[in-house]
Design a protein around this ligand. Structure first.
Ligand code: GLV
Length: 387
């Protein structure tokens, strides 16, 4: 195996090791994938200002996100079906995050349950909530997150209906995978993955199966979302969710300044500027393009977090420079997980940390808290001599 130098190396390895339908589930956006692509490519349009002859000793990336001290302003994003990228994936990623000193967020649509992750870790994790029609189930889900001593509730507002991802339709995505000839042939080429799956009992949506009375077969994710997610979700619901939860609340899926304003009014502790990794409204502007406008509108009244397109420490630095107090990695950690399990997630965190710290130094900064816009050259500020 060639040495792992960057996140792209882990992506390539994950593509080899994870069954096609789950790799595709992670590595896709909705419809034309324009927003998915631009989340990444817009980062490349932002440039960094080089500084020299600055004392670079004693560098620190330590930060505080919603009152928690973290090794760097990066958290693991909630991602669905993580335990299908690698057996017990949520537990492994939560452990890697815990050891590194950053927060882990568990998705409602996870394979390992809230209780599974709580049992396997010591540091409080964050729980991401999708709101479904069955309110009794949602009450119980919130109460389960409380009982597990989760530190924050991450309420996702941008996925009450599902943006179509063509690959999922073509692959017939489901968890566990249906034992069709095509799936069996593909899985036969992934012996590590199969061994892992045979060695765990966690192979279905364990936050849900066994906790809702009217559903025993979840069928495909798309069908289940269509029948169970509540399309009537509104800002009024945010109120009762906040009251029932009673703890720190982060609102995920804000990509518009007026919505950010409503999130402030709702009394949330933080928002995540996000377009769901380009998996929902294809054609939306990238998260990094929207970040400055949203920070300008509400950044003095609420903690603004960011996700979408982060594949390196340089990307983290750019988001922080534009006002993000915290950033989240989704696909980046999934590639590490699919490639090498817990060790792979740790590798991702090490790579991002090293890139962040080194880039900070080359920008003439020793403390992440001092990173600001002056470290960047934005596309419209450039004198493009080649234009
Ligand atoms: C769920 O969160 C998804 O984007 O598939």
């Amino acid at each position: 195996m060639r040495p792992i130098a960057c996140i792209e190396d882990l992506r390539i390895l994950a593509e080899r090791r994870v069954p096609r339908m789950f790799y595709d589930y992670a590595d896709s956006g909705s419809w034309t994938e324009q927003t998915y692509r631009e989340n990444e490519s817009d980062f490349a349009r932002i440039r960094l200002r080089q500084k020299v002859a600055v004392n670079m000793e004693g560098r620190t990336t330590e930060a505080t996100i919603i009152g928690r001290k973290v090794a760097m302003p990066v958290a693991i994003a909630p991602t669905g079906l993580t335990g299908m990228q690698h057996a017990d994936g949520e537990i492994l990623a939560a452990r890697a995050a815990e050891k590194f000193g950053i927060p882990f967020t568990l998705s409602t649509m996870s394979i390992c349950s809230i209780e599974d992750v709580a049992e396997a870790t010591n540091t409080p994790f964050w729980f991401q909530l999708y709101v479904m029609r069955d309110r009794e189930f949602i009450y119980r889900l919130i109460d389960r997150a409380k009982a597990a001593e989760c530190e924050a509730l991450v309420l996702t507002l941008d996925l009450q209906v599902l943006g179509q991802r063509h690959k999922d339709v073509r692959n017939g995505l489901s968890a566990p995978p249906k034992l069709t000839v095509r799936n069996m042939l593909n899985m036969a080429t992934k012996p590590r993955w199969c061994m892992g799956m045979l060695g765990t009992k966690r192979r279905e949506f364990r936050n849900i199966v066994g906790h809702v009375s009217n559903v025993d077969d979840m069928g495909t994710l798309a069908e289940w979302t269509h029948s169970q997610f509540d399309p009537r979700l509104s800002w009024d619901d945010v109120k009762w969710i906040k009251d029932r939860w009673g703890g720190k609340l982060i609102i995920k899926g804000i990509n518009d300044p007026d919505d950010a304003e409503k999130a402030v009014e709702s009394g949330a502790d933080a928002i995540i500027v996000s377009n769901h990794g380009g998996r929902q409204l294809d054609g939306a502007l990238s998260s990094i393009a929207m970040l400055p406008e949203i920070v300008e509108r509400v950044g003095d009244r609420i903690e603004v977090h960011f996700d979408g397109g982060i594949r390196s420490g340089q990307d983290v630095l750019k988001a922080v420079a534009l006002g993000a107090k915290g950033t989240y990695i989704g696909r980046a950690f999934l590639y590490g997980l699919g490639a090498m399990g817990e060790e792979g997630v740790t590798k991702v965190l090490e790579i991002i940390h090293k890139e962040l710290e080194t880039t900070m130094a080359l920008c003439g900064r020793t403390n992440i808290a001092d990173i600001d816009r002056s470290n960047l050259i934005l596309p419209n500020e450039r004198t493009d001599i080649f234009a």
